[in-house]
Design a protein around this ligand. Structure first.
Ligand SMILES: *[C@@H]1O[C@H](CO)[C@@H](O)[C@H](O)[C@H]1NC(C)=O
Ligand SMILES: *[C@@H]1O[C@H](CO)[C@@H](O)[C@H](O)[C@H]1NC(C)=O
Ligand SMILES: *[C@@H]1O[C@H](CO)[C@@H](O)[C@H](O)[C@H]1NC(C)=O
Length: 357
């Protein structure tokens, strides 16, 4: 009896000690080197070699500058001027290792696109899109083409058009129109090769969603979300479902929802701890989803939370060192998250790292 008690007490003290030490080593956001330029509404792409290419965005002007982060040296290096300045553009890593950037504003809506060659560090012009667009989405398909969908062609003028970039020809060709014009929506590549587009703004905030099928070039409306939202974020889960989270509808949306392509059903998640728009969502190596920053009313948020798939709970993490919105989050090859730029009183140069399993 006595021995058992002592054992239990020992275990208790042991566990207590472990939890204290765990608290002491709890992850912090670590500042890494500042970018060379302050940037908001830029694009960030993890290259095949693990470095991160950051392009454009706004500082005082709309930027042409591109720079690269090397996780080994934790330094930023200038890597040439894009042919065109651009912000609110989109970027994709192509299967050949080059990076395609398309659209954005300069300062008017742009239909140009260009390629970054990692080997030479040079930018070259490639096809002109059929529509200028910003606040659009661009998605690398399994066939190697890039789908650009929706966006604005002018202030208050959202489009339902979509087009495909073919890296073999360097040309953009029209594909099927979406059923709904939208900008500030999300697009997620499903494991079956289709693309789920959800929400966004149009005249009204949207709860609608649709699927693009690259085999037929056609869009099919699917079940709408429970909550209309734009300026939200989306992440594809390891089980092939898609989590959308946060954003703004008639009011801030507290709930995430998960789309199951097998059943065409959206399932509402527990509420997030801090409501937000213009935040990021990244699927972690564990399959959980990290959301960072964004803004609420006029406040740029430092808050970060992680969605635990197995318990359907949002866990508050330590806050970032800087509040920021319209920043970018990149999952490095070793699983560390790199946060770049964003806005907080002005465009930020700061970048920070977070390691989480
Ligand atoms: C991953 O890379 C980042 C950036 O270089 C580094 O700070 C971090 O220590 C690395 N993490 C591991 C587990 O190697
Ligand atoms: C890349 O740019 C450099 C300097 O701007 C130039 O000398 C070189 O010829 C370019 N390479 C290619 C493949 O265009
Ligand atoms: C691609 O564009 C170029 C120049 O605009 C044109 O000459 C060529 O025929 C196009 N290729 C295809 C496959 O449409």
């Amino acid at each position: 009896m006595y021995a058992a008690f002592r054992m239990t007490r020992f275990q208790f003290i042991f566990v207590f000690f472990i939890s204290i030490s765990f608290k002491c080593v709890a992850q912090q956001w670590i500042n890494t080197a500042n970018m060379l330029n302050g940037r908001v509404d830029h694009a960030a792409i993890v290259l095949q070699d693990g470095r991160v290419l950051v392009t454009g965005g706004r500082q005082n002007n709309i930027l042409r500058e591109a720079e690269i982060y090397d996780p080994d040296t934790e330094k930023w290096t200038f890597t040439g001027y894009m042919i065109s300045p651009r912000a609110y553009h989109r970027a994709n890593l192509l299967t050949n290792g080059k990076v395609l950037v398309c659209g954005g504003v300069n300062p008017g809506p742009s239909g140009t696109s260009e390629l970054y060659d990692v080997k030479t560090g040079n930018w070259t012009d490639t096809g002109l899109m059929n529509y200028p667009r910003f606040f659009h989405t661009s998605t690398l398909l399994k066939n190697g083409k890039v789908l650009a969908a929706g966006g604005r062609i002018d202030i208050g003028d959202d489009v339902n058009t979509a087009e495909l970039y073919d890296p073999e020809t360097g040309n953009w060709t029209m594909t099927g129109d979406m059923n709904q014009a939208r900008s500030d929506h999300t697009a997620s590549l499903l494991p079956n090769g289709k693309v789920l587009v959800a929400g966004g703004s149009s005249i009204d905030d949207l709860d609608s969603a649709e699927l693009y099928d690259p085999e037929t070039n056609a869009w099919t409306s699917v079940r709408g979300m429970e909550y209309a939202r734009s300026e939200h974020a989306a992440a594809v889960l390891p089980n092939g479902k898609v989590l959308v989270v946060g954003g703004m509808g008639p009011s801030y949306v507290k709930r995430g929802e998960i789309y199951d392509p097998e059943t065409d059903i959206w399932t509402v998640t527990n509420p997030i701890n801090v409501v937000r728009r213009d935040h990021t969502a990244s699927t972690l190596p564990s399959g959980n989803v990290l959301i960072t920053g964004g803004y609420y009313n006029t406040e740029a948020l430092k808050s970060a939370e992680v969605y635990d798939l197995s318990t359907d709970t949002w866990v508050t993490l330590n806050s970032m060192n800087y509040g920021r919105f319209r920043h970018r989050a990149s999952v490095l090859l070793n699983g560390t998250i790199l946060i770049t730029g964003g806005f907080n009183g002005g465009p930020l140069k700061t970048a920070e790292l977070y390691s989480i399993s």
